[in-house]
Design a protein. Structure first.
Length: 318
């Protein structure tokens, strides 16, 4: 298959891609295929597949006692990537996260990906467990995305955790990392955040995918500042169409982003979520056209495995 960076280098116009989430444990993959199928007419070069860490569930044991149970509600990222590539003949990009995984578990996942010919990965720290306020790494895992990035880069050099392996075979991963046009919420300031991003690029990250944003000027300023700091890899904008009124508060709370007042005003006028969805589609088309004019390498949509709104936006562009 082809590396993301090669797709970008070999295209004279912006590419189309999107991100999906694995189905909940016990659900069929067919529903996921059904959400991907309508978007294939726009010829996506790659599809991102999120990874999900464990969550804690407390079960009542009676007599006022609770038992802590660890569960992973959305397993199967590696298998889903293989299934997508087999069914649709398109590259799948699995997310790799620090939280909930030891270094050895990460290495085993990378080995499986390498065996399957999945040579693109997006390296992320990942979120904290929902019941905890702060991110806590696995005792034998990575605390920062840069540490996880280093492990992938080392495997590309044939360096494994087990240094007694003889004649280790080097992997060949194209590595992406996340960027935050509005600053990562844990970074003390924008300059520090940018310095960490530059460090990851210098370590071997080949492209950047941004957190979602709704104000293109924030992306334009982010790219300008990155270039000023010597970060010259492709910067892919991440986009999400609004589909419900509650997202006016949910998205800023979860993703620590600002919504333009113009968009907030339009959504506030809506009488129902169908009207909100239409506003979100129109805003997404407007955003996308401006970004195409700016010369972005890819338009990457956070579909949340729901294709209807993304399909309408893509229909106006591709």
């Amino acid at each position: 298959m082809t590396k993301i960076i090669e797709y970008i280098q070999n295209s004279e116009k912006p590419l189309f891609s999107f991100e999906i989430i694995p189905p909940l444990k016990g659900q069929s993959i067919q529903s996921l295929f059904n959400s991907i199928e309508p978007l294939m007419e726009f010829k996506p070069k790659f599809i991102d597949v999120t990874y999900h860490r464990e969550e804690y569930v407390y079960r009542n044991r009676g007599e006022g006692l609770l038992e802590k149970h660890v569960t992973r509600k959305r397993p199967g990222t590696v298998g889903i990537c293989a299934a997508i590539m087999h069914r649709f003949q398109v590259d799948a990009v699995p997310h790799l996260i620090c939280g909930g995984f030891s270094k050895e578990e990460t290495e085993n996942a990378l080995i499986d990906l390498n065996f399957l010919g999945i040579d693109n990965v997006l390296v992320l720290r990942g979120d904290a467990i929902k019941s905890e306020g702060r991110f806590t790494p696995d005792p034998n895992g990575h605390q920062y995305a840069s540490e996880l990035l280093e492990q992938v880069v080392n495997m590309n050099k044939g360096v494994y955790i087990d240094d007694e392996i003889k004649n280790p075979f080097p992997s060949n991963f194209c590595i992406g990392v996340a960027g935050y046009p509005e600053k990562h919420f844990e970074a003390p300031n924008f300059t520090t955040d940018l310095n960490y991003l530059k460090m990851k690029v210098e370590m071997g990250a080949e492209y950047i995918v941004t957190q979602m944003f709704f104000d293109n000027q924030k992306y334009f300023d982010f790219v300008k500042q990155c270039r000023k700091e010597g970060i010259n890899v492709p910067i892919i904008p991440g986009l999400k169409p609004l589909t419900s009124k509650k997202q006016l508060t949910v998205l800023p709370s979860i993703f620590h982003i600002d919504l333009p007042q113009e968009l907030v005003d339009e959504v506030s006028k809506c009488q129902n979520n169908e009207q909100v969805r239409q506003v979100g589609i129109e805003w997404g088309i407007k955003q996308s056209k401006e970004l195409i004019k700016f010369g972005v390498p890819v338009l990457h949509y956070y579909s949340m495995s729901k294709s209807k709104a993304v399909k309408e936006i893509a229909s106006a562009l591709f």
